[in-house]
Write a protein that binds this ligand. Structure first.
Ligand SMILES: [Zn+2]
Length: 456
């Protein structure tokens, strides 16, 4: 009893003197966990059963387009120094070399994707081990436990853990399978706090994007090739003439890219947007961006004035981004200035829309990788794109794929963020490139700098 009193007295004195050491900070990134799954396990209506007591959130984390890791992680962590990926997926078109690269077991180690090296505990090897694919939740929990043990024993002030198993579980089982993982995470965090009371820490947990599906997904890969051929284009791995289109099918995802010569972008986008199952395609104009879809086409412009970002959305026929109602509401609210829409209002109006934050995300789709697409497309709900033979997911032998991400739509897009960092208030939603700034100082990216972790 005396010992306890002494300890308490000391604690009061130290904190009163204000020389308490700053808390350590643990970042846990769970690949591909939708906002709704986090919201379900943290629902206050669950009472004692609710997970993550003392945490604030979850906040909707509005991911990048494509809603996939190789763009989302640099999108979220770019403001604190993570460099861009060379392509949207492991297999991509290299503009400098003029050919398709990557996607094989050997090139995995040769082509640098800086995000893979960013974390203290990250991804090892091309697609995880066999056990990870068969029992993703079980092996993911095991990895998480080891990772948190490492954090407890390390003397680092901040520690980053990235878990890929949640993505695999979402694809091959369903996103709700991750609830079991959340339960384990909650327990592991409590145990870690009990194991190191003298070194308190706070925690930031987030995912990089969501997951969409439910029914067996229909692959648009063959219809896409067929439509291009019917339109007079040839599909090749090198870009040799305006009649050639380079495609880079790899995983089974709900977005895809075409690489073409400049003058072919428009006609190719129109052809691709006309394929059944393709929701919309976009490409950069000399000024602005063009969107093609079966709902019509539109031109998008961006401008900065008064220190703020503004948008103009001009539909030519139809309303491809389904934004006319929102625009009318903004007009009525007096937010529109000579046809220009304020960025902040566009974000707020579309967080829960079918395609959240579409303007900003489409524009950034051409900026988030070092080899941007000529035309980028979002696949409609119920569809996917990829070459089944090269796909890791297709080799799992669990039948047809029902869940994936990459598209612009809400379910594929909305990740989550929650935290117990003391002075943070959880907003309803946050855009990818602002999500991390309340928890970490911004950091300029040094050109040519080597990402943290092992140099290759
Ligand atoms: Zn995935």
């Amino acid at each position: 009893m005396i010992v306890l009193c002494l300890l308490l007295a000391t604690a009061v004195v130290t904190s009163a003197a204000g020389d308490e050491p700053p808390k350590r900070r643990l970042f846990v990134i769970l690949d591909a966990v939708p906002f709704q799954v986090a919201a379900d396990v943290m629902d206050p209506a669950l009472g004692d059963e609710a997970l993550f007591e003392g945490f604030k959130g979850p906040t909707r984390l509005v991911s990048t387009f494509p809603s996939s890791t190789s763009t989302a992680l640099p999108g979220i962590l770019g403001p604190i120094g993570l460099r861009r990926s060379p392509g949207y997926e492991a297999r991509f078109f290299d503009w400098q070399e003029g050919k398709v690269r990557g996607g094989g077991a050997i090139s995995y180690g040769r082509i640098e994707f800086p995000w893979r090296e960013f974390f203290d505990w990250g991804r090892k090897g091309p697609a995880g081990s066999a056990i990870e694919a068969v029992k993703p939740i079980k092996s993911g929990i095991k990895r998480l436990r080891n990772a948190v043990d490492d954090f407890v024993q390390s003397d680092k002030d901040e520690f980053w853990i990235y878990i890929a198993a949640t993505d695999i579980a979402g694809h091959v089982i369903n996103p709700d399978a991750v609830k079991e993982f959340f339960k384990a995470l909650d327990e592991i965090l409590l145990e870690a706090r009990q194991a190191s009371p003298e070194r308190p820490f706070d925690v930031v947990v987030f995912s990089d994007h969501g997951m969409d599906g439910g029914e067996p997904l229909i692959n648009v890969w063959k219809p896409v090739k067929k439509a291009l051929k019917a339109g007079g284009y040839r599909y090749k791995k090198r870009l040799k003439s305006p009649q050639v289109v380079v495609l880079t099918p790899f995983g089974l995802v709900s977005n895809f890219e075409a690489y073409t010569e400049e003058e072919a972008k428009g006609p190719v986008a129109e052809i691709l947007a006309g394929v059944e199952g393709v929701d919309l395609c976009a490409y950069e104009l000399e000024e602005g961006w063009r969107i093609e879809s079966h709902r019509g086409s539109a031109t998008l412009h961006q401008d900065e004035h008064d220190g703020e970002l503004w948008w103009s959305y001009e539909p030519h026929d139809g309303d491809p981004l389904e934004f006319l109602d929102e625009m009318a509401e903004m007009e009525q609210a007096g937010l529109v200035r000579e046809g220009w829409l304020p960025d902040e209002a566009c974000f707020d109006a579309t967080v829960e829309a079918e395609n959240p934050d579409a303007f900003y995300r489409i524009v950034h789709a051409f900026q988030l990788v070092t080899n941007p697409a000529s035309v980028i497309c979002s696949v409609g709900r119920g569809y996917m794109y990829g070459a089944p033979r090269t796909s890791f997911m297709a080799k799992l032998g669990k039948g047809r794929l029902r869940w994936t991400h990459g598209a612009l739509n809400r379910e594929a897009t909305l990740g989550f963020l929650f935290s117990d960092v003391e002075d943070w208030q959880a907003p309803d939603a946050v855009r990818f490139d602002r999500a991390i700034l309340p928890f970490h100082d911004a950091k300029e990216i040094e050109p040519g700098a080597v990402a943290s972790g092992q140099p290759r």
